[in-house]
Structure formats: C-alpha cells, structure tokens
Write a protein that binds this ligand. Structure first.
Ligand SMILES: Nc1ncnc2c1ncn2[C@@H]1O[C@H](COP(=O)(O)OP(=O)(O)OP(=O)(O)O)[C@@H](O)[C@H]1O
Ligand SMILES: [Mg+2]
Length: 426
C-alpha cells in the first residue's frame, strides 16, 4: 500500500483523510480533489464506537481500537494507507468567544500588515488557559466609525477594528483525543468543530448567504453552528443526544437499552398523530423472569418528544442569551443520526419558529449510498472543507501545549498562522 500524508507529502499532495469520532460510530473518509469536478471519496469506512462519549475519550484502549477499525476499513476500500487525519471536535466544552479589537494604523491606507496586526492583537487578547483555539474568523472589519466592512484593504482612516470569532474547546479533552489518534500512528493535520463541518457537508449556497442555523443531533451530543455572511458566527453544544432518548425509552417502557433502540427507530416519533390512540408497542422483557409486555404508543411518543423538545429549548435559550437570534437566519437544518427520528423537523419548526429541513451530504463523488444520510454530514463536511476556501485567520491543528506558549506564539513574532491565512485567502 502506498503511504499518503497531508498536503506536504510529495507526489500526492491532494489526498486527505478525515475522522469523525462519534459516540455511536467512528467514520473515516479518504478523499482527493478532482480539479474542476469536485471531491472524490477514494475509500470510506465506519465502525461502532466504544470508549468515546460526546467527543471525549472515556476508555483509551477501546477508543483506539474503534478508530483503528474505521481507518482500516477506509484504507482497504481506498487501497492505500494514510498517515495523517483531520478530526472533528464535538465536546461539551466547545464554545464561541467574540473579541473586538481596535488598532491605529500608520500607513495611508489599510494594508495586509495592518489586518495581520489586528488579528494577532485579537489572538493575544484571548487568554483562557484551559481552552484551545480551533477556529478564528474575522466577522466584521471597521475603519474608523464605519463598521460591517468585508475587506478593508485599500481604505483610508486612522483606526482599524475587527470583530473576531474564536471557536474553542477544552485543552484536556483535545489532548486525550489527540493522544488516542496518535496511538493509532496517525498525525493530526487539523481539528474542526463538528457543527461547522456538518454545515459544510450539507448546506447550500443560499443558506450560507442568507444565514442559517445547523443543528447536528448525534448520539451523545447535540451541537449547533450559526452561519452568517458565509462565515461561522457562533457554535454551541449540549451534552444530550439520541442515546438519552433511548435511555428514557428503556426506563419509561421498562425494556433493555438495545430493545429501546429498536423501538425508537421503528415506532418512535417526536410528534403524535390521531392514529396513535389505542396502538400498543411490544416491549421485550428486562430479564428472564419478565415477560414481553405492551405499552401505549402515546407514552412512547411523549417520552421521545419531551427529551427532544428539552434539547431544542436549551439551544433556543442559549441562542437568545448569546444575542445571535436576530442574525441566525430564518432557516434551520438538522443533521446527525437523531435527525432521522420521525417528527423532529416539525418539532424544531414549532420550537424555533423557523423553517426546518433535514440535511444530507451533497457535492461528494463516490460517496457510498450507505453513508449518504444525515449521520454522515460531519464526515462529509470534514473532507469537503479541506478543499474549500475558508475565511479563517489561523490554520493547522490547535496548539495544545498550554496557555503561555500559545500566547507567545500568537502575540509574538510567530505570525505564521495568520500569514498562512492571508496567503490562502487573498
Ligand atoms: N432512523 C433513526 N431514527 C431515530 N434515531 C436514529 C435513527 N438512526 C440513528 N438514530 C440515532 O442517531 C444516533 C446516532 O447518530 P450519529 O451517528 O450522528 O451519532 P454520533 O456521531 O456517533 O455521535 P455524537 O456526534 O453524538 O458523538 C443514535 O442515538 C441513534 O439512535
Ligand atoms: Mg456525530
């Protein structure tokens, strides 16, 4: 098997691999850009998760085995071996920070170096030792009192400002994830927030333009991303997902977890219908002493509904508290396995008072049919984003080495991250 790494690998600079490390499954895609055509999946594989919950490693050995299996399947399908991956981040600690900075500029008109200085000032002002920066997006530039400028270069004034959006996650959980992946002999080429990736995987141009909220409903965590003016403006995560719905069913209907999972996919719905009255759901027994029993379908629906509704309400309240309601767009797109539950889109419409659709990956060539559902949105977005123009001020994997060196690196002479951004974006 040939060995391919990241962009730097001579001979095959266009082959990339990604990992979606989920609570219920780990996905590996290996892809290549076909210029003028799109991104082609060369190999894809997934494996049921063990040792992972809500983006965190809870059992190092089990998580390592899961990742190895998923990678092996993708490598076999692609007929090549990988040496590095871009991985998703979907921990409970994921959050947004908005920082505004102003600087004076000396030259007559705004030049690249002025933008760079403002960005580096914002990076140096970020000072949270336990959080690592995953993404940094300039949302708005301001020249003197004029705000909302997309590209200030060439403009005249005295003061240059920027609203920076930082997406961060807990250093500890990222270190464990990185360690687990490195144990699989893979180098980490980048870390990408899951709901951001899911957005890239499923959203269409109009949605990026008009503003949209993406909600990825996984097994262990539900994450959200707000896109505005084609830029990631906000992310959040609630440590609740499809597994919680299943546990609620198991408890409420007194049936084993595996049976509850089956009941959820066959009979489960977040909304009741008039036909439900009088219908009964067969519930397998908890142990050898028990017998199969039947419970009302209306009970199942109310269990499912209350958990999903509660999750949506938490997110709605967080959006409101963060003040992003007014620019979060009129549309919501749901992804993740739990978005396949019947009635979730309607329940989201009802809770958020917005138009809602379930998003599926698009724009990938050779994506197997079995991996074309909303539960593969994150994996699809991870591979698509490699080949996209991003508006990020930094690139490469996050610095997990600790606050001091991080601050030094961004604020001091090391402008490499933002410089790379300029080279790639302008
Ligand atoms: N048809 C379906 N109906 C209802 N729920 C479903 C269906 N298919 C999958 N799910 C649920 O979706 C969840 C898995 O979703 P997904 O694959 O997106 O999670 P994950 O990425 O592994 O986990 P996470 O992102 O939370 O770490 C499970 O809880 C599963 O029960
Ligand atoms: Mg997921």
């Amino acid at each position: 098997m040939a060995l391919f790494g990241g962009r730097t690998r001579a001979g095959n600079p266009d082959i990339f691999a990604i990992l979606d490390v989920g609570s219920s499954k780990v996905v590996c895609f290996i892809g290549r850009e076909e210029p003028g055509v799109g991104v082609r999946i060369l190999g894809a594989g997934y494996h049921a998760s063990a040792g992972l919950r809500a983006g965190a490693v809870i059992d190092m050995e089990a998580a390592e085995n899961t990742i190895r299996h998923a990678v092996e399947k993708a490598e076999r399908a692609a007929g090549l071996a990988i040496s590095s991956v871009i991985v998703n981040v979907s921990t409970r600690s994921i959050r947004s920070r908005h920082i505004h900075v102003d600087t004076k500029f000396s030259s007559a008109e705004v030049a690249d170096r002025d933008l760079q200085r403002v960005i580096d000032t914002a990076l140096s002002e970020f000072n949270e030792p336990d959080q690592a920066i995953l993404h940094a997006f300039p949302l708005n530039w301001a020249v003197d009192e004029e705000r909302g400028i997309r590209d200030p270069r060439g403009m005249f004034g005295q003061k240059l400002g920027v609203d920076m959006h930082f997406v961060t996650a807990g250093v500890g959980v990222l270190r464990n994830l990185a360690h687990c992946i490195e144990r699989c002999h893979l180098r980490i080429a980048g870390m990408v927030a899951s709901p951001y990736a899911a957005g890239i995987g499923v959203l269409v141009e109009d949605e990026f333009d008009l503003g949209v909220t993406l909600i990825d409903m996984g097994a262990g965590i539900t994450t959200a991303a707000v896109f505005r003016d084609r830029t990631l403006a906000f992310v959040d995560g609630v440590g609740v997902g499809g597994q919680n719905v299943t546990s609620d069913i198991a408890r409420g209907l007194t049936t084993p977890f595996e049976a509850a999972e089956r009941i959820k996919t066959i009979y489960g719905s977040a909304l009741d219908s008039p036909d439900d009255d009088g219908q009964m759901v067969p519930c397998p027994p908890m142990g050898a002493q028990d017998e199969l029993h039947h419970e009302p379908l209306t009970l199942l629906t109310s269990i499912v509904r209350s958990r999903i509704e509660e999750t949506f309400e938490i997110l709605r309240d967080r959006f409101k508290a963060a003040g992003i309601e007014e620019f979060a767009g009129r549309r919501i797109v749901l992804t993740g396995g739990a978005a396949q539950l019947s009635g979730v889109a309607q329940l989201a419409e009802y809770t958020f008072k917005k138009r809602v659709r379930v998003g599926r990956p698009h724009g990938l060539l050779g994506l197997p049919d079995t991996m074309a559902g909303p539960d593969f949105a994150v994996a699809s977005g991870l591979i698509k984003q490699v080949f996209q123009d991003k508006r990020e001020a930094i690139s490469g994997p996050p610095d997990l080495s600790g606050a001091r060196s991080r601050t030094r690196r961004y604020a001091g002479g090391g402008f490499s991250k933002s410089l790379k951004w300029f080279r790639e974006n302008f």
